[in-house]
Ligand binder design. Structure first.
Ligand SMILES: [Mg+2]
Length: 282
């Protein structure tokens, strides 16, 4: 690989962590608050990660482009104080691409067309609402009118409930991802990797070559993104790491968890970007 680099990265539990996650995962480093909601600290970022991302953000676009790629809604994403201003943001698990803060309408149309092959979000939300009524889940939400998520009590919502929900939604082309107190219900048309393909194509058109893809993520919602990447990173202690080593040969498990994993990952990107910077430009 001798060209520009595209870095697509998950945020929660990959680059930023709640105080509670740091308590559980370890790997604490000097850090500062990057997200407050309703007076509560939601997320923190290590100082070394902040400065590393800021440095990557200052590099020319023909060297490196960093794209935060998250399942958060646009509003939840914009709550985070990032140390650089990304040109592209991928939100809603790939359902929304923002460029310079504005919705990419071409991508919105392409997503809507793909979604036509899956059950409508209202139908899936009704399934969740029934589970709220039956007190199987605590609260149900619809995100960006694209997918649903629910807040659950992990003591009351286990493997059996996930299997039951999956059996019901699979034939309707939706999938279920359970992460602690959250359950995500996503249409098959929505994947981070799809949106990354779109951004990569845009960049390829401008740069004259498809950028090399580096990616990092901690959960199975990041799987397709990591699989698509040329090189990937999974934090130690993460959901993916709990099922063993990452199942892709080009994906590395960090040596340390938490903020320390984020520091490892951003450090590797900086090293890689520096190598690219040293190569002669066309
Ligand atoms: Mg995450």
């Amino acid at each position: 690989m001798t060209g520009p680099v595209l870095v697509t990265t998950d945020l929660d539990r990959t680059l930023i962590f709640s105080p509670r996650a740091t308590e559980v995962l370890g790997g604490g480093l000097p850090r500062s608050v990057v997200e407050v909601h309703e007076g509560r600290v939601i997320s923190e970022m290590a100082d070394v990660v902040r400065s590393g991302l800021a440095e990557l953000g200052r590099m020319p676009a023909d060297a490196v482009t960093v794209v935060p790629t998250t399942t958060r809604t646009v509003r939840q994403l914009q709550r985070i104080e990032l140390p650089f201003t990304p040109r592209f943001l991928i939100a809603a698990s790939g359902g929304v691409v923002l460029e310079h803060g504005r919705v990419d309408e071409d991508w919105a149309r392409a997503t809507a067309a793909r979604l036509a092959g899956c059950a409508p979000v209202a139908e899936v939300r009704a399934v969740l609402d029934d589970l709220v009524a039956d007190e199987v889940v605590l609260r149900a939400h619809t995100a960006e009118d694209l997918f649903c998520y629910a807040i659950v009590d992990p003591a009351r919502f286990g493997v059996e409930e996930v299997e039951r929900l999956t059996a019901r939604l699979l034939p309707r082309s939706w999938r279920v991802a359970h992460q602690g107190t959250k359950v995500y219900l996503l249409p098959d048309a929505l994947h981070k990797a799809y949106a990354i393909g779109h951004v990569r194509e845009r960049l390829a058109g401008e740069l004259g070559t498809a950028p090399e893809l580096l990616a990092a993520g901690d959960t199975w919602l990041d799987a397709e993104m990591l699989e698509l990447a040329d090189r990937g990173w999974v934090p130690a202690g993460s959901e993916i790491s709990r099922s063993g080593p990452p199942p892709w040969p080009h994906v590395i498990l960090t040596a340390t968890p938490g903020h320390s994993a984020a520091a490892e990952i951003v450090g590797a990107w900086l090293e890689h970007a520096a190598e690219v910077g040293e190569r002669p430009r066309r």
